[in-house]
Design a protein around this ligand. Structure first.
Ligand code: CO
Length: 163
């Protein structure tokens, strides 16, 4: 396994649409393993493959209750709306308020290609949306209602991790 470099928001690759994964092969496994190491080292809550320069619909989410490997993830249901702070490993040192659904249900394949459904509320729901946005070239800063001042960010930093 290897730590991969996380690209930052000036890199135009983050604006591209990621392609569907069709081959559930060894190469996908290596990518997932590297992404897992990279996410752990960065102490983030989520990582999309495009953030390590790979335009494939592959996402990791870990909000503290176990790591999810999500291949070709799609949102199937949302409920409610909530404003909360959000950050991104590709936009280091910045935080902002973003409105997201309070509850999100998704479907995604695992590394063997088997479909599963996952649901989440609050941070997990937020993370699902944030990462799936990355696959379509959207960065959370596009949706920020209010950028946080360094003082406000300091207060939130302990609460929320980057995605
Ligand atoms: Co992000």
């Amino acid at each position: 396994m290897a730590i991969r470099k996380i690209v930052t928001s000036e890199d135009p690759i983050l604006r591209k649409t990621s392609r569907k994964v069709e081959k559930f092969d060894e190469k996908l496994g290596y990518l997932l393993d590297d992404m897992r190491e990279t996410l752990r080292k960065a102490e983030g809550a989520g990582l999309a493959a495009v953030q390590v320069g790979i335009l494939r619909r592959v996402v990791l989410v870990d909000v503290g209750d176990g790591l999810l490997e999500l291949i070709n993830p799609e949102i199937v249901e949302t409920k409610g709306e909530i404003e909360d702070t959000e950050g991104c490993l590709s936009v280091p040192g910045e935080w902002g308020l973003v409105k997201r659904p309070e509850y999100v249900k998704i479907k995604a394949q695992d590394r063997r290609g088997v479909w599963h459904r996952y649901e989440g509320t609050d941070l997990k729901a937020r993370c699902f949306c944030h990462e799936i946005d990355h696959l379509d070239g959207i960065i959370y800063t596009d949706k920020v209602i209010k950028k946080l001042t360094p003082e406000e960010a300091q207060e939130f930093r302990s609460k929320n991790k980057g995605e």
